[in-house]
Design a protein around this ligand. Structure first.
Ligand code: SAH
Ligand code: SF4
Ligand code: F3S
Length: 485
């Protein structure tokens, strides 16, 4: 059983190699609130960011937060469906919460997020302990459903919205180091990659009002934050126009206004302050434009790092995956990044080993793509069939588990080798580092990241949130070590 360790306790190295099911939990907020909320969150940063919105919604109802399910009045588990293992982990956690509920019959247990959306009322039927089920677009209903549950009535809302962006809700920063924070800029996904459950669990793509995004970034900066990461499943397809928004809301026509695209948005956020670093994730290779890359060069505070998941290096497999780009297209985008942003730009990927019908040769294409791009790191998985997806309906999940695992191991070994090569290139170089706090390895050292998103550990005693210059002296595949200049 996994203990109550937060994701931050894992070294980057371990995270990249294992198909980890990290989770984050609420902390004790130290308030004397009469009622306490405990949330455990799985899955992607979007989910962690949603838990901050959920906490904000319940805080308005007088809830404080606790780090222990035993002390909670409401236990929520914000779930992920991306792979089978993620769902299994949640099922196991529900067993643990069942034991808590046996001791305290009054506690309300709710399932939120992607698994709630995927399984809907089945969750209430299959998991007797669950009192409420809420999908990602239904969190405003939480106070009502908690109240109902307290009166003994189970509740469910898995309605998916075309408009909800929670733009007006100011998230309670749960897992933050006080230096960097996440801002959701869009929700949902319209891409329909054949292996992926997200379009079903998160609904249609919609972009959030840019003014509320800039206001949130400004507020974070005013509160001492020095880095924001703009989040979405596909940030490069961000699109917002005043006119469309008004039409949808008020059903009236306004003067035609300019459309704000992702390049415009990062520029708006970058202008909040030159001391506020701007990052974003995830970029879809089909949508990342030269305009975005050129905007990145114009602002020193827009970080020189792009998460550009390839999934596979073979065009036939990419076609089956419905990624809508070929190996050549992907390479063209990488070449554009290297040309416009330089060799030092950090690039990372997600890779899937053993997708339906993938041959040994096609798997090797993934390895050669990795050699070509020289990713700084990758998140690597073996294919896990998800019910209801196009791949589950149309293709046979025919690669034996041992073969998937062996191919995954080859991808992991390759990445390790490339990460080390890339990190070695940094030895002797100087970087501007944003200090995030003491090192995870030792209290005596500080750690931060450079613009390319590399973790650097160094001896110093400086406050977190400050920028320092560090010269790199040594490295592992996952970390750089350096000295303060
Ligand atoms: N929107 C992002 C990905 C979100 S999901 C993008 O398009 O890049 C995060 C990663 O999980 C994916 O990039 C993919 O590598 C992996 N993934 C998604 N579905 C999967 C499945 N069925 N089996 C294995 N890995 C999967
Ligand atoms: Fe899933 Fe593809 Fe959307 Fe990413 S872009 S969330 S992989 S459907
Ligand atoms: Fe998982 Fe949902 Fe994110 S399926 S990866 S929590 S969008």
């Amino acid at each position: 059983m996994q203990g109550l360790i937060a994701d931050i306790d894992l070294l980057e190295e371990e995270k990249n190699q294992a198909e980890s099911c990290d989770f984050k939990t609420t902390k004790d907020d130290g308030t004397k609130a009469r009622r306490k909320l405990y949330i455990e969150s799985y899955g992607c940063q979007m989910n962690f960011s949603d838990s901050e919105i959920v906490t904000s919604i319940l805080k308005k109802e007088g809830f404080g937060t606790t780090s222990s399910p035993e002390h909670a009045d409401v236990i929520l588990i914000n779930t992920c469906s991306i792979r089978e293992k993620a769902e299994q982990t949640v099922r196991n956690r529900l067993k643990v919460f069942n034991a808590v509920k046996k001791k305290n019959r009054e506690v309300t247990v709710g399932v939120l997020g992607c698994m709630a959306e995927r399984l809907k009322s089945k969750l209430l039927e299959e998991e007797k302990i669950v009192d409420l089920v809420l999908g990602p677009d239904a969190y405003r209903d939480l106070p009502k459903l908690v109240k109902q549950a307290e009166e003994g009535e189970k509740g469910i809302n898995t309605f998916l919205s075309r408009e909800e962006t929670y733009a007006d809700i100011s998230p309670v920063r749960l897992n933050s180091n006080g230096v960097s924070a996440f801002i959701s800029i869009m929700r949902g996904c319209d891409n329909m990659c054949s292996f992926c459950v997200v379009p079903f669990t998160r609904g249609r793509e919609r972009s959030r009002d840019p003014h509320s995004i800039v206001a949130e970034a400004q507020e974070l900066f005013d509160n001492g934050y020095r880095e924001v990461t703009l989040l979405g499943q596909n940030v490069d397809s961000y699109k917002w126009s005043e006119e469309e928004n008004n039409k949808a809301r008020l059903n009236k026509k306004d003067d035609v206004e300019e459309i704000i695209n992702f390049a415009n948005l990062i520029e708006m956020v970058a202008k909040v302050s030159p001391d506020l670093r701007v990052r974003f994730s995830t970029s879809h290779p089909k949508d990342i434009t030269d305009e975005v890359l050129i905007t990145m060069t114009k602002y020193e505070n827009i970080c020189n790092y792009i998460h550009l998941p390839a999934q596979s290096g073979n065009t036939r497999v990419l076609e089956l995956m419905n990624r809508t780009y070929s190996r050549e297209w992907y390479i063209n985008r990488v070449d554009a990044i290297r040309k416009i942003l330089g060799e030092e730009c950090g690039i990372s990927s997600d890779m899937i080993a053993g997708f339906c019908s993938e041959t040994e040769e096609e798997h090797k294409d993934t390895l050669t793509l990795m050699d070509y791009v020289k990713y700084d790191f990758s998140y690597m998985f073996f294919y896990s069939e998800r019910p209801g997806t196009v791949a589950a309906k149309k293709y046979e999940d025919d690669i034996p588990l041992e073969v998937k695992k062996r191919r995954l191991q080859e991808i992991i070994d390759k990445q390790r080798e490339i990460s080390l090569q890339r990190n070695k290139l940094d030895i002797g170089k100087e970087f501007k580092v944003l200090v995030e706090g003491t090192s995870k390895r030792s209290d005596q050292q500080m750690q931060g990241r450079n613009s390319a998103n590399k973790v650097i550990i160094f001896d110093a005693d400086v406050p977190k949130g400050t920028y320092v210059n560090v010269r790199v002296t040594d490295c592992t595949p996952a970390t750089l070590f350096g000295e303060l200049i």
